[in-house]
Design a protein around this ligand. Structure first.
Ligand code: SF4
Length: 298
């Protein structure tokens, strides 16, 4: 059996000898096999996921090294393909006692989720990726419908007790649409894993806008007081209670830091570590270049 691993994961497992700047706190794997979906923003067919290359290894080799790392979680990326559940079952049987396991997966049925839970999956992240149904229909091809994804998100929360919804900023959504999806997920008790659209080796999303989206996600997830003012879908101002460094860190399942998954090391969008004071001040300044941010504690 073979399995793909992100380059940073392969490095901390000593399967590859790359120098990495930040250690992944989750081990990222991907099932071998071809995704049958053809989402227009995805690079999976070329052996990548976002900007990350995923070399393939013998599963036996990988398995023997998992327990020796400090990573706190395992995340398995699941292409949308026939045989996905069978492949997962075989892998889960071997590693379910190593560390908590997340799956990053498309809309699957309630029965499949129950089976995965029994096989040892701790939680799942659903790749909704798009803020609205219209954007979803434009970008996501050959996968289940928006309605099925929404159902799957609801079921994931019910079955696993916690769930994550992946959202990409930069697919043509307005600020209001993105924030409205985040609020909608908050009502369902679902976390948002935020990504910046990365295409042809560069970030498509303006960093100033992304900083504001990160702050919005953070205050929404925290459930603190917030007020957003929009004009024609664009965010003009936000009033919030407080802000802290965690707002700019990678969001999603606990211990997921996805180092440099959707950015180059030189211009960090999702910080895979706790920011320094200087980085934090810069991030807040970047956000303020996009919208008025009024913080009650200031
Ligand atoms: S948030 Fe991170 S650990 Fe959770 S499913 Fe997404 S990539 Fe995996």
């Amino acid at each position: 059996m073979r399995i793909r691993a992100s380059i940073a994961t392969a490095s901390i497992l000593h399967l590859r000898n790359y120098r990495i700047k930040v250690e992944p706190t989750t081990l990222y794997f991907m099932l071998s096999g071809k995704c049958e979906g053809s989402c227009l923003y995805c690079t999976h067919r070329k052996g990548y996921l976002s900007r990350i290359k995923w070399p393939e290894f013998s599963f036996k080799e990988v398995k023997s090294r998992i327990g020796k790392t400090r990573a706190k979680r395992i995340c398995i990326q699941c292409p949308y393909m026939e045989g996905c559940m069978d492949a997962l079952k075989k892998i889960l049987e071997e590693i379910k006692n190593e560390k908590p396991i997340s799956l990053s997966i498309a809309a699957i049925s309630k029965e499949e989720m129950k089976m995965l839970k029994e096989e040892g999956v701790e939680r799942i992240g659903i790749g909704l990726d798009c803020a609205t149904e219209e954007i979803f229909n434009k970008w996501k091809k050959g996968v289940p419908s928006w309605k099925k994804y929404m159902e799957a998100i609801k079921n994931a929360k019910e079955i696993f007790g916690d769930a994550t919804c992946h959202l990409i900023i930069g697919l043509g959504e307005s600020d209001e649409e993105a924030i409205s999806l985040m609020e909608n997920m908050k009502k369902k008790g679902v976390r948002i894993a935020l990504f910046a659209y990365f295409w042809k080796n560069k970030n498509v999303v303006d960093i100033h806008r992304y900083r504001v989206m990160q702050i919005a996600r953070y205050v929404i997830e925290k459930g603190t007081k917030r007020k957003f003012l929009f004009e024609n879908g664009r965010l003009l101002e936000m009033e919030i209670d407080e802000i802290d460094k965690k707002a700019f860190m990678t969001a999603g399942c606990p211990s997921c830091n996805r180092p440099f998954y959707n950015e180059r090391v030189t211009k960090i969008y999702n910080y895979p570590y706790l920011l320094s004071e200087e980085e934090f001040e810069r991030a807040v300044k970047e956000a303020r270049k996009y919208a008025g941010i009024y913080i009650a504690s200031e």
